[in-house]
Design a protein around this ligand. Sequence first.
Ligand code: HEM
Length: 275
Amino acid sequence: MNDAVLSQTLPRPFDTLRAVNLTVKTWFYVAAIGHAIFLAYILAVFYPPIAQSGLHGLQGLHLPTGFREGDTLGNLASVSHVLLAVIVIGGGPLQLVPAVRRHAPAFHRWLGRSYLLAAMVSSIGGLYMTWTRHTVGNLVTQIGITVDGILILAFAFLAVRNAMAGRITEHRRWALRLFMVASAVWFFRVALMGWAVLTDGWGIHWESFTGPFLYTLGFGNYLLPLAMLEWYFYCQKRKAGQGIQIAFVSTLLPLTVFMGIGIFAATMGLWLPRV
Ligand code: HEM
């Protein structure tokens, strides 16, 4: 029997790299559905009042600092922040769909530039609001989101620099890191609500929006996705052993289930009631 026939008849060892890619694909589609729900919420809650009343449209909404008489710069930051969120939350997952890249490369490039710009302007506006207006939480939560804002700006810069230098593999890696930090605000909401449902809000003081769980999540909402991404990159390498790949799958699968629970909880408890 020659090798080709042998390879067809012998049972193949468990293909762990295939398992890694399949798990990541599943994670991505669950995350994309969750992003689409958050996108629909942003469009339904913020766009109609802003289209009707401009900056005053933020008055009476649930935002902790929304509209403030006399603070034009802060109001502009707030309005542009929620308007641009549509490009960040809607565009991020779309950029990662291989079929879009393959069949509509011009759209991919156009959306990529808009995504980068929207994420950077959103971050600058977010940093401005965090440090000039008193929002929810305390210094620890403010530092947590500030680090996220700085990472968004840094990763956007590195993604552009590598693209301009023609280093496409490096560009792709920085773009994926940018997706993780720009979507951290989405991870935050989903993990918060998933945790609240599963533990009855252990470690969360709702009135002051402080507590050990919120401090951990304030940094974990981007550090955990970034760590998983680096682990995924490592799994793709030739030298990655099967044990590492199986450990990756065994970690990402329960995280994906938790994410699914969080998406459901955030939709029912956070987003639907405000529409
Ligand atoms: C780039 C990704 C980001 C997106 C897509 C995003 C999205 C949003 C959305 C949709 C809201 C409205 C609240 C809600 O209904 O859930 C919001 C509020 C807010 N965000 Fe962000 N955000 C991002 C990044 C940031 C960053 C990096 C910071 C701070 C450094 C920040 C600070 C804030 C603040 C302070 C508010 C409250 C605004 C107010 O009370 O008027 N955001 N964000």
